[in-house]
Ligand binder design. Structure first.
Ligand SMILES: Cc1cc2nc3c(=O)[nH]c(=O)nc-3n(C[C@H](O)[C@H](O)[C@H](O)COP(=O)(O)O)c2cc1C
Length: 175
């Protein structure tokens, strides 16, 4: 099984979750992890499972303005020019019904806010003809910059293992 994880991250928390997800998938799949700026320069990957995630900004997927707000708070921002929203808005329809899953990071503190970038990404992928393999998953950071809450990397790895196990089962049952 081939899988690709594509992520957006300004402060690095979503990047860390993306790597933990890739670790979890590796038990059942060959996995590549790509940030969205790099993904935007390549054709959409032809894989069995596409996993897409980003930080929740203003209750959903980031926009240029929210990324600029975030980038102003760190000396080492990543992927500011393009986010998951823009990448998916420009992506071609799925060539075939490829399976996908989405994840997001969001602030657990100072207070719980509604909304998730994972839901926005899932809606866009469905519109492009992808099949959602799993409900959206949210992983929590402390405040705006993080770090991730204790246990979130392990939870991401376990979520991905479960996802990959189910998808591997599904693929092998089809043969
Ligand atoms: C401009 C901006 C808006 C944000 N809006 C929300 C929000 O609506 N809900 C939420 O839970 N977290 C919100 N956050 C916190 C982000 O989700 C958090 O910065 C992100 O998970 C960190 O991921 P990263 O390290 O990969 O950039 C916001 C952060 C920024 C900078």
């Amino acid at each position: 099984m081939r899988a690709q994880v594509i992520y957006e991250s300004i402060f690095g928390n979503t990047a860390a979750i993306a790597e933990a997800i890739a670790d979890g998938l590796r038990e059942y799949a060959q996995v590549e992890v790509t940030d969205v700026a790099t993904a935007a320069e390549s054709p959409v990957p032809s894989v069995d499972l596409l996993v897409v995630g980003g930080p929740t900004h203003a209750f959903g997927l980031s926009r240029a303005r929210t990324r600029a707000d975030a980038a102003a708070q760190t000396e080492h921002p990543a992927a500011v020019d393009i986010g998951i929203r823009e990448w998916l808005d420009d992506a071609p329809p799925a060539a075939q019904a490829t399976r996908c899953a989405t994840f997001a990071t969001k602030a657990a503190t100072p207070k719980w806010l509604p909304g998730s970038a994972a839901r926005g990404a899932g809606k866009r992928l469905r519109r492009l003809g992808y099949d959602l393999a799993e409900g959206p998953a949210d992983f929590l950071v402390d405040g705006v910059k993080g770090p991730l809450l204790p246990g979130e990397l392990e939870r991401a790895r376990a979520w991905a293992q479960h996802l990959a196990h189910n998808e591997f089962d599904r693929l092998t049952r089809r043969v």
